[in-house]
Design a binder for this molecule. Structure first.
Ligand SMILES: Nc1ncnc2c1ncn2[C@@H]1O[C@H](COP(=O)(O)OP(=O)(O)O)[C@@H](O)[C@H]1O
Ligand SMILES: [Mg+2]
Length: 226
């Protein structure tokens, strides 16, 4: 799916968080790296209309993310930096079903889809568990399942492995690599994105490098050293 930034910029209270950016994203695996505060989350939130551009436009499949925010939200799922905050209902299966109820699906269809997505991510045994009692890795899988159950074509993950131990980090990395959906991954996990088709490097609100993984990671190391 094509995501097109055309001179898209974001100011917060007159301070630029993202300088005008023009880029087309269509690769299946896109990494986003950069120092803290460099504009990565702001960039990502523009894609599904969570942040509005102060100037320029962002389109998803040719549809404007401001004028047609519902469309962008249907096509682009977002996993927040703290995924426990996006779980709304107390029991995992209910939380997953919630997104489907909102789309007006019938009970049998909702049950079938909920079961299928739990199976897909190997977490069927967690269906009746309380979401706030899940471990870090389980929470991350649960959040991915609850977003993907509604069928977005693209998934954005904001620092998905940051709070995880080595074992869960490997699990979530593998899960991301195996997604058939397009994925945009914001991360400090340079080993994860090193082999991605495309990696964007942000620095002080600007796109400072944009290329295949290894080359972009090298550019980031250089920027971070100064
Ligand atoms: N809602 C907001 N209000 C005011 N300033 C913000 C807001 N969100 C982000 N910023 C500022 O914008 C800049 C970029 O932030 P962000 O996109 O979160 O960076 P990153 O994700 O790379 O750490 C930072 O200076 C941050 O303080
Ligand atoms: Mg961020």
């Amino acid at each position: 799916m094509d995501i097109v930034f055309t001179g898209a910029a974001v100011d917060f209270a007159g301070r630029p968080a993202l300088h005008p950016l023009t880029a087309t994203l269509r690769e299946r695996r896109i990494g986003v790296i950069g120092l803290n505060g460099s504009g990565k989350t702001t960039f990502a939130r523009l894609v599904n209309g969570l942040v509005r551009p102060t100037a320029g436009t962002v389109t998803v499949d040719g549809r404007d993310t401001v004028g047609d925010a519902e469309y962008a939200r249907g096509k682009v799922g977002f996993i927040f930096q703290n995924p426990q905050h996006q779980m709304i209902l107390p029991i995992l299966a209910e939380d997953i079903a919630f997104g489907l109820k909102n789309r007006g699906l019938g009970k049998a269809e909702i049950e079938a889809r909920t079961t299928a997505i739990l199976d897909r991510f190997g977490i069927a045994h967690l269906a009746r568990r309380r979401v706030h009692e899940l471990s870090g890795g389980e929470t991350q899988l649960a959040a991915i399942a609850s977003v993907l159950v509604t069928g977005p074509e693209t998934l954005i993950l904001d620092e998905p492995t940051n709070q995880l131990d080595l074992k869960n980090r490997a699990l979530i990395e593998r899960t991301i690599l195996d997604l058939p959906e397009q994925a945009i991954v914001i991360t400090h996990d340079l080993a994860l994105v090193e082999h991605f088709e495309r990696v964007l490097v942000f620095h002080a609100g600007r796109l400072a490098a944009d290329g295949e993984g290894a080359q972009a990671v090298a550019a980031y190391r250089e920027l971070a050293a100064c």
